[in-house]
Design a protein around this ligand. Structure first.
Ligand SMILES: Nc1ncnc2c1ncn2[C@@H]1O[C@H](COP(=O)(O)OP(=O)(O)O)[C@@H](O)[C@H]1O
Ligand SMILES: [Mg+2]
Length: 343
């Protein structure tokens, strides 16, 4: 496969633990990007529902203690679908009109002089659902224009891909503590804004459809990520898993056929991973899968992740319960994989 050859002479492969490398870490926060170069594959739905499901969980942290998750969801897609899923249209329009979005961070960074204060992300953070440990940094369509302006950005030795890292390092959750998890919903492109997310992520998850075309996109993503890692030694992002999303449970033969193709890709990737990265092992395709279900769209229309959707009709309530199980299983698998890689 192509990506074997991308690791030129192994000189710039992901270093094993213990290598002297100043990684882009935000304290002990686990940072995960949901990414795929294709649109409509379930990136946003996965980022939102994983973030919300995780926010109701206790998890085992690096020091082996168990604590409640405190999650920050960052909507990096100018289409703003994650923001529009968690906020109603009126709330979102007001936020966008008053520039309380990530646009403000990048715009401020481009236009400020060296001595002025850097942007405080706390000024744009919202908590969309009361009582849920999930905060959101909303996006804006205006991010499209910023992307072009970022090309010429430099400040001392900082590059345009470090802007989010610097800003996030100063951000605490509303209780004044560090977030335990940061989740990025990325646009279907690898522009400078997406590179900001990948640069500081520890893991990336690729939601994909089980069909003929999606399979071919995987090499492309891994190739792009490896290119970024070659250019930026401090970037340590690794593939945590490929997630089958919007699976039609009735297309069993088709699903089986494309699953075989993905698994073949996964096996080759696993072999490469275990040879090159100390912590790499285990199947790269998630066992959990997310089936296609209308209830997910209904929850979205109500501006809620599935876990927080409580319809009054009993048939909808049982659909909600049934499908939330899939997100619960996925989050358990994500946490297990992270724990395993940590060892
Ligand atoms: N499991 C699912 N079941 C039904 N519809 C889904 C599911 N996942 C996503 N969708 C719908 O598919 C569309 C694309 O999903 P989205 O998560 O926005 O993809 P992406 O972010 O990759 O573009 C959205 O309209 C969303 O409501
Ligand atoms: Mg999206």
């Amino acid at each position: 496969m192509d990506w074997y050859n991308l690791q030129d002479n192994n000189s710039q492969t992901t270093p094993s633990a213990g290598t002297l490398k100043d990684n882009m870490k935000i304290g002990n926060t686990t940072v995960i990007s949901f990414i795929n170069l294709k649109g409509g594959v379930g990136k946003t739905t996965s980022a939102v529902n994983v973030a919300a499901t995780l926010a109701r969980r206790d998890f085992k942290s690096g020091d082996k203690s168990t604590k409640p998750a405190s999650v920050l969801l960052i909507d990096l897609d100018p289409q703003s679908n994650a923001s529009l899923t968690l906020l109603n249209k009126k709330q979102y329009e007001e936020i966008d009109r008053t520039n309380k979005t990530l646009y403000q961070l990048f715009d401020n960074e481009i236009s400020r002089d060296d001595d002025s204060e850097t942007f405080d992300l706390g000024d744009i953070r919202v908590t969309p659902i009361e009582g849920l440990n999930l905060d959101l940094l909303p996006s804006s369509l205006k991010l499209i224009d910023i992307q072009d302006k970022l090309v010429g950005y430099h400040r001392y030795y900082l590059s345009a891909t470090d802007i989010l890292f610097n800003a996030l390092n100063k951000l605490k959750n509303p209780e004044g503590k560090a977030y335990t998890h940061i989740i990025f919903d990325c646009p279907p492109s690898l522009g400078l804004i997406t590179l900001n997310a990948l640069s500081l992520s520890r893991y990336f998850i690729v939601p994909t459809l089980l069909d003929a075309y999606s399979h071919w996109g995987l090499d492309k993503i891994v190739e792009c990520v490896n290119r970024l890692k070659r250019c930026k030694a401090s970037c340590e992002v690794e593939l945590l898993g490929v997630l089958y999303s919007k699976v039609d449970p009735r297309s069993t033969i088709e699903n089986y056929k494309w699953d075989i193709e993905f698994q073949k890709w996964g096996t080759e990737f696993d072999e490469w991973l275990s040879k090159n990265i100390r912590t790499g092992k285990g199947a790269i395709i998630f066992k959990s899968r997310i089936n296609s279900a209308d209830i997910i769209r209904k929850a979205e229309a109500d501006n809620r992740p599935l876990i927080e959707y409580h319809p009054s009709a009993s048939n909808l309530r049982s659909e909600q319960k049934k499908h939330q199980v899939e997100w619960e299983e996925l989050v358990t698998e994500i946490l297990e994989r992270i724990e395993y890689r940590r060892k």
